[in-house]
Design a protein around this ligand. Structure first.
Ligand SMILES: CSC[C@@H](O)[C@@H](O)C(=O)COP(=O)(O)O
Ligand SMILES: [Zn+2]
Length: 210
């Protein structure tokens, strides 16, 4: 196959996700191969970053197809170590089209200051960057989970919490990082930037209030 035929075959979502990875890395939110990204392909499959890649230097071949039919995850390579959590989110809501996971300094530090299962952001106009949140005056909750190396167990906890109340397009893993998602890649990017902004503001406010 010649180069132009190969280019023709590349999934446009893969190209868009690689470009988004470069933008996220330019914000210093995925240092030292941290973070992982995925975009839904079909009802039961997605493209996900291969494990251990520099997320600011992705090319389409670093995105692997993973499917989750019959409770089994299958992938032809070594996908992200956190694939089970991405797959869980896609199964919890069929409208989710993209999942982004980052390791920013601010989100990581903030997560270690909050002991509750959920933290309400309130008073910020930027809460409206998160879909379904229409006023600064209404609490905008962020769910928190303890870190674990057992990602299927974490995915199970997320599913249990979701049954009580669907999460607000993000969750924060303590001492680890942020997960956001959206009904398109563009919406997931907006949620990432919105949540990072809110977390930065709240961290600054908490520091000044001490
Ligand atoms: C730099 S180690 C970070 C990993 O343990 C993990 O949390 C992570 O986000 C990236 O894992 P990966 O397997 O590359 O998707
Ligand atoms: Zn991680």
């Amino acid at each position: 196959m010649n180069d132009s035929a190969q280019l023709h075959q590349i999934n446009p979502n893969a190209i868009a996700l690689c470009a988004l990875g470069r933008w996220i890395a330019s914000r210093h939110w995925v240092p030292a191969t941290g973070g992982n990204f995925s975009v839904r392909n079909t009802g039961h499959s997605a493209l996900i970053t291969a494990s251990g890649k520099d997320k600011g230097e992705l090319s389409p071949q670093d995105l692997l197809p993973v499917s989750w039919q019959n409770g089994q995850l299958t992938c032809p390579g070594i996908p992200s170590a956190e694939t089970a959590l991405h797959a869980q989110l896609y199964q919890l809501d069929s409208r989710i089209k993209a999942v982004l996971h980052t390791h920013s300094v601010h989100a990581t530090v903030f997560s270690r200051l909050i002991n509750q299962d959920s933290y309400d952001f309130q008073g910020y106009e930027m809460q409206k960057a998160i879909s379904g949140n229409s006023s600064h005056a209404t609490p905008c909750p962020l769910a928190l989970f303890d870190n674990t190396q057992d990602i299927p167990a974490l995915a199970q906890q997320v599913a249990q919490r979701w049954q009580q109340q669907p999460l607000n397009f993000a969750l924060l893993v303590r001492g680890h990082g942020l997960y956001v998602w959206g009904n398109s890649l563009e919406q997931a990017k907006r949620h990432l930037e919105g949540w990072e902004f809110l977390i930065n503001c709240e961290l600054e406010r908490l520091k000044l209030a001490r």
